[in-house]
Write a protein that binds this ligand. Structure first.
Ligand code: SF4
Length: 158
């Protein structure tokens, strides 16, 4: 399977806790005012890469603490993101996912691919960027409406 990406950051220390392999998905329909990455909006931009290549690189790096999906909008390519996460996730390698959606929006959509990505996510940072709520002191978030949701166990992981 291929995934359209804006870029990869193979040793990120700002996209979650620890050393992380960050995958910046290409394509986002939200167009939040003040978005830091408007170059990721175009669904035809970026580049296509085989998920197996990303999986191989992650598995070859013993220093990683986790992987992070960011954007762009990972939930627009939920199946490809799930495939990567499912291949690499372990007790030593967790999964953080950034999304412009709220958790409630993802759940109410009831899209099986998106629910699979949600189920395999350990930490979800949700909500669009709202410039009037921008706060540079926040850890891992851009604006105060965004949430760091660490307890997704409430919803069935079976
Ligand atoms: S959801 Fe994220 S990537 Fe999309 S426009 Fe908003 S801030 Fe930018």
């Amino acid at each position: 399977m291929r995934i359209r990406i804006a870029g990869l950051e193979k040793n990120s220390i700002v996209d979650g806790e620890g050393i992380r392999y960050a995958i910046f998905c290409q394509g986002c329909a939200r167009h939040c005012q003040g978005c830091q990455n408007p170059q990721t909006w175009n669904f035809s931009g970026g580049s296509l890469i085989d998920t197996s290549e990303i999986i191989r690189e992650i598995l070859e790096d013993p220093l990683l603490d986790g992987i992070t999906f960011s954007g762009g909008e990972p939930f627009e390519q939920a199946e490809a993101c799930f495939e990567i996460a499912n291949a690499v996730k372990s007790p030593d390698l967790d999964v953080w996912t950034y999304t412009g959606n709220t958790l409630e929006e993802i759940l109410s959509r009831n899209d099986e691919s998106q629910l699979k990505l949600l189920r395999i996510t350990d930490v979800l940072i949700d909500g669009e960027f709202i410039e009037s709520q921008k706060d540079p002191t926040l850890e891992f978030r851009g604006s105060r409406n965004q949430r760091i949701i660490r307890s997704l166990d409430f919803f069935n992981r079976a």
